[in-house]
Ligand binder design. Structure first.
Ligand code: PSV
Ligand code: MN
Length: 385
């Protein structure tokens, strides 16, 4: 029991700056009260999630959504709030120039512009002290024949190599794949195999990030996790959950059992050891739920799945597996999943000087009322702003 608690205490879950701003679907972005107006206020909200959960000490930035004049100053501000800057997320999908792609665009001028943005993100990593660059490309084509599939892979490889070479000591990039959207026929990095092949060719500073919303329905994500971790190529997660496509709902909400299965493979592969560098990041948009509680709940969901995964009796499981005891092995697995770990996590929080129920403690804290009163004037931050 003590061991499990130590591991849970050491787990870090990174929240995304964009989860604190307004977001919506392609139909409507809903404005919520008290939403941050700049990256400084986003960090203040993220610091609340850490204050109440104790396990969310870093915040991912998205550039240019979090563009500021002085990144070192932003990092200082984060430290004063008790958090740090995590992954820097690049954005080469919100500019008219990128209609036909960014680093895989047929025009050398557009490719240059996109690659320059990625290099600028590494400059921001230098300024903030962040060690991870996250690359997602919306690049792809909508119609067969629209562009050459092979040439686009060549252009992608060329851009990735340039960014890879720019990485400093202790820095890495994570390549994110996504099956479809916004491209509807062929995406240039559609799956883990494509991302993995590019990363293997580049070297140890390139790893794959698994966004749990970026697969075809029914995909066995835990297999991908097991495989990548075994190869030393699992850089981390963009956690969220989905019923249909890339729904970006709260992680563990749509399918808590899947999250447990994923976390079991992380545990099984040693991925909770900070030395492996597996980053547990959230990539979510809270369109209808209040944002800070949405993040708190998500962090708790990851913790609960992790605790259950840690509870799997590995010895009993291995024995049943070796015996070919199908039902016995499945029983061991399900016993852990069906355990109520909430008392254990409540105890853990109390031992760390936190309230046992972060949701209730945040609601009682008065922070929400304060930001609603304080944040008047200015423009609220929003996805795509
Ligand atoms: C793309 O759908 C994605 O998952 C990438 O991580 C982006 O950077 C992020 O969403 C923006 O929310
Ligand atoms: Mn993502």
């Amino acid at each position: 029991m003590t061991d499990i608690k130590a591991v849970l205490r050491a787990q870090h879950i990174e929240t995304p700056s964009w989860a604190y701003g307004n977001s919506g679907t392609r139909f409507k972005v809903f404005a919520q009260r008290g939403v941050p107006r700049d990256p400084y206020e986003k960090l203040a909200d993220a610091a609340q999630v850490h204050a109440f959960t104790g396990v969310a000490p870093t915040v991912a930035l998205h550039i240019p959504w979090d563009k500021v004049d002085d990144y070192a100053d932003l990092a200082r501000h984060a430290r004063e709030l008790g958090v740090g800057i995590g992954a820097i997320n690049s954005n080469v999908f919100q500019d008219d120039d990128y209609m036909l792609g960014s680093v895989t665009h047929p025009s050398a001028r557009v490719r240059r512009k996109a690659t320059d943005h990625l290099l600028e993100c590494v400059d921001i990593m230098d300024a903030t002290g962040s060690d991870t660059l996250k690359l997602w490309f919306s690049d792809g084509i909508n119609y067969p024949g629209q562009d050459d599939l092979r040439a686009r892979q060549d252009r992608l490889a060329e851009a990735l190599a340039e960014v890879y070479d720019r990485l400093g000591e202790g820095q890495r990039f994570l390549l994110e794949y996504k099956l479809f959207e916004p491209a509807f026929y062929a995406t240039d990095v559609p799956d883990w195999g494509t991302a993995y092949a590019h990363c293997v060719k580049l070297g140890p500073k390139a790893q794959v990030v698994v966004d749990t919303g970026h697969h075809a329905p029914g995909t066995n994500i835990e297999f991908i996790v097991a495989f990548l971790l075994r190869e030393g190529k699992l850089g981390g997660f963009d956690f969220n959950s989905r019923f249909y496509a890339d729904d970006d709902l709260m992680v563990g909400a749509a399918d808590p059992f899947q999250l447990f299965r994923i976390m079991y493979e992380v545990v099984r592969g040693g991925g909770l050891d900070p030395a492996t560098g597996v980053a547990f990041m959230l990539d979510q948009c809270h369109n209808i739920e209040p944002k800070i509680p949405g993040q708190i709940r998500s962090v708790m969901n990851v913790q609960e799945a992790t605790a259950k995964a840690l509870l799997v009796d590995r010895e009993a499981l291995a024995a049943a597996q070796a015996e070919g005891d199908v039902l016995g092995a499945n029983g061991v697995f399900m016993d852990a999943y069906n355990t109520d770990v909430r008392p254990l996590l409540a105890e853990l929080r109390e031992e760390s000087g936190l309230a046992s129920d972060p949701m209730a403690a945040y609601a009682k804290s008065g922070y929400f009322e304060k930001i609603v009163a304080d944040r008047v004037g200015g423009a609220q931050a929003g996805w795509g702003a």
